[in-house]
Write a protein that binds this ligand. Structure first.
Ligand SMILES: Nc1ncnc2c1ncn2[C@@H]1O[C@H](COP(=O)(O)OP(=O)(O)OP(=O)(O)O)[C@@H](O)[C@H]1O
Ligand SMILES: [Mg+2]
Length: 512
């Protein structure tokens, strides 16, 4: 990646004054001021729907602001387009992915800026530059793979690589780690440190307190489209940030869950999947407790619960639900069996963006025949129920008749969560439950889980966030390379033991 070396002027790299942006019926940004200096990492912090992505879209030329001014490198910028923004060194990585799925990684990297000489495409030159960039980033990514064959973590890496191709003076990252593993997150943080040394300015959006602590120089808090305050990260506390964000005091603790382990609801015996991502796995989950599954991205933990729900083909082994064999799982039958599944990749896996939130949350998309049988009264009851669930999840704005497409990223995820919570179900499979949602909603999701298990449901939580899965689960499985590497209960359930089980597996693999 080339980093601009030109002398940065004394003033801020980016200066926004009085930026406003309206969508129909909503003031997404209301006279926002923001300064970002060269070499500074500036975090935007705010609840789902506060206006963070909208502000980023204005700075990167995707949306025109309704009012306000923008200066970049000391010069006023008007009529910004995405192309113009890139040309002056503003490089965004968006929350919703922008890659073309049917193209390869390198084709995506060079899309619109193909390396040519006299009009001839230099395939070899592009391959070389793509490989060099990916190597420098330390990502384990094959430039010749098609994007739709990549995992979400790898797609995220490709997005970041794309943003870093060319001259970068301001790098904008909108929740970049939401689908990265610990390892890639580490690489990204190293890269960020290097960029800062090279005087690149950064705007960084995250809901993860630990990241904000590790990276931020300053934090700007947005609430309801307004600039609330800009603080030095070093001298502000987590509590202060959250209070400014929500306008109220919030306890950042995990809820205390009263587990009452009861009968085995999900029993998996020698399960092996067609693609080999899960091999010979035995595990069970009881009613009345949260069973956690930890492990690095790619260890097979998501595939395992997807197979139980019926999205991944099983080649051998057995799944039992409530003691009875469940053969050939399929989503619709899973629902009938009382199993709900929350995908990690919530937007891609099933929101109808042009349909109202109410319909999306009621699962009409998945379950049309059942809905067609509803009488008018039941529809009204359904509406009230959905309204209640979405209020509890703090949907912003709280109008379930708006289209899902008009929601911010985190609010879309709440709709997906709302789906399963509007039904009577007994087994809940959560894949990365807190990705992309703000602190308030996260606590609400944890509270939901607490209510579900305490009411006797079996809850399985798959998470790459170790503190989350440690705090929530009563029993925890650790997966590694498609197998169960450890089962830890109660007091054995520590970060050290989880990490030790990875090492043990490595040693075993090397000796074998
Ligand atoms: N294309 C759109 N049409 C209508 N309203 C929109 C559109 N995009 C965003 N909004 C609204 O603007 C407000 C700000 O949304 P924005 O996406 O900026 O939030 P955010 O702070 O990025 O939230 P999150 O943490 O959930 O990503 C929200 O109320 C949202 O519903
Ligand atoms: Mg957003």
């Amino acid at each position: 990646m080339d980093v601009a070396t030109d002398q940065t002027p004394a003033g801020p790299l980016l200066a926004l004054r009085g930026i406003s942006k309206r969508f129909t019926g909503i003031r997404a940004l209301d006279r926002v001021d923001l300064d970002v200096h060269a070499g500074e990492l500036h975090v935007l912090f705010g609840e789902n729907g506060a206006g963070k992505s909208t502000l980023i879209n204005v700075v990167s030329g995707t949306f025109a602001s309704d009012e306000g001014t923008m200066h970049f490198g000391g010069e006023e910028v008007r009529h910004l387009t995405p192309q113009r923004a890139r040309a002056i060194g503003i490089s965004p990585v968006f929350q919703e992915f922008s890659l073309v799925p049917s193209l390869t990684v390198e084709e995506n990297l060079f899309l619109g800026r193909e390396v040519t000489s006299g009009g001839v495409l230099h395939a070899r030159e592009m391959r070389k530059r793509a490989t060099a960039l990916i190597d420098e980033l330390g990502f384990d990514l094959d430039p010749s793979q098609r994007v739709d064959d990549l995992s979400r973590a790898h797609q995220q890496m490709a997005e970041i690589a794309k943003a870093l191709l060319g001259r970068v003076r301001l790098l904008i990252l909108d929740e970049p780690t939401a689908s990265l593993t610990e390892r890639e997150t580490g690489r990204l943080f190293e890269l960020i440190a290097r960029l800062k040394n090279q005087d690149v300015g950064l705007i960084y959006v995250s809901h993860r307190m630990r990241e904000i602590r590790a990276l931020a120089d300053r934090v700007t808090i947005l609430r309801d489209g307004r600039h609330i305050r800009t603080l030095d990260a070093a001298t502000s506390t987590d509590g202060e940030l959250v209070e400014l964000m929500t306008g109220r005091k919030i306890d950042l603790l995990y809820p205390t869950i009263m587990h009452k382990p009861d009968k085995v609801m999900v029993d998996v015996e020698n399960l092996t999947l067609a693609d080999g991502s899960v091999r010979d796995v035995n595990f069970h989950a009881r009613a009345g407790e949260i069973t956690g599954i930890a492990g690095l991205v790619g260890c097979g933990k998501s595939e395992l619960i997807r197979a139980i729900y019926g999205i991944e083909p099983i080649v051998s082994g057995m799944v039992r639900i409530d003691g009875l064999p469940y053969e050939f799982p399929a989503p619709r039958r899973s629902l009938k069996h009382g199993i709900a599944y929350f995908p990690a990749n919530r937007v891609a896996e099933g929101l109808a963006l042009s349909r109202p939130i109410r319909e999306n949350a009621s699962m009409t998309v998945l379950d049309l025949p059942a809905f067609a049988r509803f009488g008018v009264l039941r529809q009204a009851a359904e509406r009230i129920k959905i309204q209640g669930v979405m209020e509890a999840l703090q949907l912003r704005p709280p109008n379930i008749e708006r289209t899902a497409g008009a929601l911010s990223g985190g609010n879309r995820q709440k709709v997906m969560l709302g789906r399963a919570l509007t039904r009577e179900l007994t087994v809940f499979l959560f894949d990365e439950p807190s990705v992309g949602i703000d602190v308030g909603a996260k606590l609400e999701v944890y509270e939901f889980m607490k209510r579900l298990v305490e009411a006797g449901a079996a809850v399985i939580v798959v998470s790459s966030e170790l503190p989350e899965v440690l705090a929530l689960s009563k029993r925890l499985y650790v997966m590694h390379h498609g197998r169960i590497a450890a089962e830890l209960a109660d007091a054995e359930k520590t970060e050290q033991n989880v990490l030790a089980s990875f090492f043990r597996e490595h040693l075993v693999a090397e000796v074998a």
